[in-house]
Design a protein around this ligand. Sequence first.
Ligand SMILES: [Zn+2]
Length: 116
Amino acid sequence: MHEGAIAESIVDILRDVKKDNDLEKITYVKLRVGIFSGVMVDALMFALNALKNEEEFIVDTKFEVEEVDVKARCVLCDKVYMFDKTTEVCFLCPQCNMPLEIESGKEMEIAVVEGE
Ligand SMILES: [Zn+2]
């Protein structure tokens, strides 16, 4: 995925939030990024920081990223498996060898926006 484009769409969304809520500036933003989303957090933060300087309303915004682990559920035995950044995600249930369905870890969303 292209982090620059993602950062731009985040800023677009924040601009709408600012307008819709009659805010002068955005002070805090929390993003939730699944470790399986394909988004490189470092690259995203770099792109956001570059954009910050171009936009008055986010120049002082504190961006925070919460990384979401992968949660997968077996389609047969319903067992849930968690994978974090240090473990390799597997796609078959270690117990019954049926496919695992990814329930979280693919998201890229704006979780919290604060402004004034
Ligand atoms: Zn299973």
